[in-house]
Design a binder for this molecule. Structure first.
Ligand code: ADP
Ligand code: MG
Length: 403
C-alpha cells in the first residue's frame, strides 16, 4: 500500500524524497509490528524487516536509521522480553544492507530483485539467531521457525521489489516518452530551419557565380571558387539532413556500399573531426546489399555518433567494410570509454542511456533496422579501452547495369 501511495502521489518527484521514504517506511514498520501473526505458539512473526530493508535500499542510510529508531522505539513501547537482543539483530542487517546499497543502483532489474530477496533471507537468519539467543526452546523448533519465516519474508520481498522495479520502469518510460516527443518537435523545427536556409544559399550562390564570371585577377577567382565550393557543401548538408529528418516508407533497393559510405562520411566526417577525433576507413569496392538507403544510413550515423560521444579527446574511429562469404561485414570501432558486461547486456533496450541528454533510442532503432534486413549486430567492448560494433548483412548480387 505504502509503495503504491508513494508512486501514485508522485512523491518521488519531490525534494524531500528520502525523508518521505523514511516516513513511509516508519508507518509500514508500525503497521507490520501492530499486526503480527503466530504460526506456532511462542513464535510471533511480522515483516518489519521488509520496510526496513526497502527504506535503506531506496532511501539511503539516513532514512534507514530513522526507520530503525522508530522500530526500536515502538518495540520498546510494545514491551515484552528480549528487547536488547532483538535490537542487536538489526545492526548486522543494517550494515549488510548499507554495504549492498552501494552496488544496487548499477544492477539490472532481475539482479536487483534477486539480490534483494537474498538479502531478506540473510536478515531472516540474523533474526532467527537473535531468537535462539533469547529463548531456550529445542533447536528443531528454531529450524522450522527459520524456514517459515525465511520463506515468508523472501516471498514478500520478492513481490515488493518486483512491484517497485516495475513501477520505476514505467515512470522512467513515461518521462522518456515525454522527452522524445519534445525531441521530435525539435527535429521538425530543425527541418523547417534547414529548409529555410536553402533559399538564401541559392541566392548567394547565384550572385557569386555572377561575380566570378566578371573577375579578372587570380586572387578573386580563387576566393570565389572557394566560396562556391563551401556553399555547395552547405547545400548538400542541408539536403542530406532534410532527407533523414522526414519519416518515410520503406524503399528497398540495391545499395552500392562504397557509394553509400561516401555520402555517410561526407555528413559525419566534419562532426568527427570537429570533436578532435581521427577517422580511418577501409571500404572494399563492389559490395552490394538490399536495403532502404536512408534507413541504413541512419544506422551508420547512429553508431558513429555513439562512437564519437564515447570518446573524450583525440580518439580514433575506424571503419572497416569487407565482404564475407555470404555477408557484407561493417566494423565500427572506437577508442572510447567502452562498456561493462552489464551495460552490454542492456544495449538496444529502449530508453537505456547513460548520457544526460541521451534518448536511449538510437541503438534500438539500429537493432530493429538491422533485424529487418536479416542481419546481425555484435558488440565487443572493454571498459576503458574501446568498443567495436560488427554488423553483418546478407550480400546482394551486383546489379546488371554495373557489370
Ligand atoms: P543515446 O546515445 O541517446 O544514449 P543509444 O541507444 O544510441 O542512446 O545508446 C545507448 C547507450 O549505449 C549509450 O548511452 C551508451 O551508454 C552506450 N553506448 C552505445 N554505443 C557506445 C559506444 N560506442 N561506446 C560506449 N558506450 C556506448
Ligand atoms: Mg546514440
Amino acid at each position: 500500500m505504502s509503495i503504491l501511495i508513494y508512486f501514485s502521489l508522485g512523491l518521488y518527484k519531490t525534494k524531500y524524497k528520502s525523508l518521505l521514504i523514511g516516513v513511509n517506511g516508519s508507518i509500514s514498520v508500525i503497521f507490520c509490528m501492530s499486526f503480527p501473526f503466530t504460526v506456532f505458539s511462542g513464535y510471533i512473526y511480522d515483516l518489519r524487516i521488509l520496510p526496513f530493508i526497502i527504506t535503506i535500499l531506496y532511501g539511503g542510510v539516513r532514512p534507514g536509521l530513522f526507520v530503525a529508531l522508530v522500530l526500536l522505539l515502538y518495540r520498546y513501547l510494545l514491551g515484552g522480553s528480549g528487547f536488547v537482543v532483538t535490537s542487536f539483530c538489526y545492526i548486522p542487517i543494517f550494515l549488510f544492507t548499507a554495504v549492498f546499497v552501494r552496488f544496487y543502483a548499477e544492477l539490472s532489474k532481475t539482479k536487483v530483485i534477486t539480490f534483494g530477496t537474498l538479502l531478506a533471507s540473510v536478515s531472516a537468519l540474523f533474526v532467527t539467531v537473535g531468537s535462539i539467543i533469547k529463548s531456550d526452546e529445542a533447536i528443531l523448533q528454531h529450524l522450522s521457525f527459520f524456514v517459515y519465516y525465511c520463506l515468508t519474508l523472501m516471498t514478500c520481498t520478492w513481490i515488493t521489489l518486483y512491484m517497485i522495479e516495475t513501477i520505476k520502469d514505467n515512470v522512467k518510460m513515461r518521462e522518456e516518452i515525454h522527452r522524445s516527443e519534445k525531441l521530435n518537435v525539435l527535429g521538425e523545427l530543425a527541418a523547417t530551419i534547414a529548409h529555410e536556409i536553402r533559399n538564401p544559399l541559392t541566392v548567394s550562390k547565384g550572385f557569386i557565380q555572377l561575380m566570378k564570371s566578371r573577375v579578372n585577377n587570380e586572387t578573386d577567382l580563387k576566393y570565389s571558387t572557394l566560396a562556391l565550393e563551401e556553399i555547395d557543401r552547405a547545400e548538400s548538408i542541408v539536403s542530406e539532413y532534410l532527407m533523414y529528418a522526414k519519416p518515410q516508407a520503406d524503399k528497398t533497393e540495391q545499395i552500392h556500399i562504397k557509394k553509400l559510405f561516401h555520402n555517410v562520411l561526407q555528413i559525419i566526417e566534419p562532426y568527427i573531426t570537429s570533436h578532435g577525433h581521427i577517422l580511418n576507413y577501409k571500404i572494399e569496392d563492389a559490395l552490394y546489399i538490399h536495403a532502404d538507403a536512408k534507413k541504413f544510413t541512419q544506422v551508420m550515423i547512429n553508431l558513429m555518433k555513439n562512437a564519437v560521444e564515447a570518446m573524450e579527446h583525440s580518439g580514433q574511429l575506424t571503419i572497416h567494410v569487407y565482404g564475407g562469404q555470404y555477408d557484407v561485414v561493417i566494423e565500427i570501432s572506437d577508442t572510447g570509454t567502452g562498456m561493462t558486461k552489464e551495460q552490454l547486456s542492456r544495449l538496444g533496450v529502449p530508453f537505456y542511456s547513460t548520457k544526460d541528454k541521451g534518448t536511449g533510442l538510437g541503438l534500438m532503432v539500429c537493432y530493429r533496422i538491422i533485424e529487418a534486413l536479416e542481419g546481425t549486430i555484435q558488440v565487443e567492448s572493454t571498459k576503458g579501452v574501446g568498443t567495436k560494433f560488427s554488423i553483418a548483412i546478407p550480400k546482394a548480387a551486383e546489379p546488371m547495369e554495373s557489370r
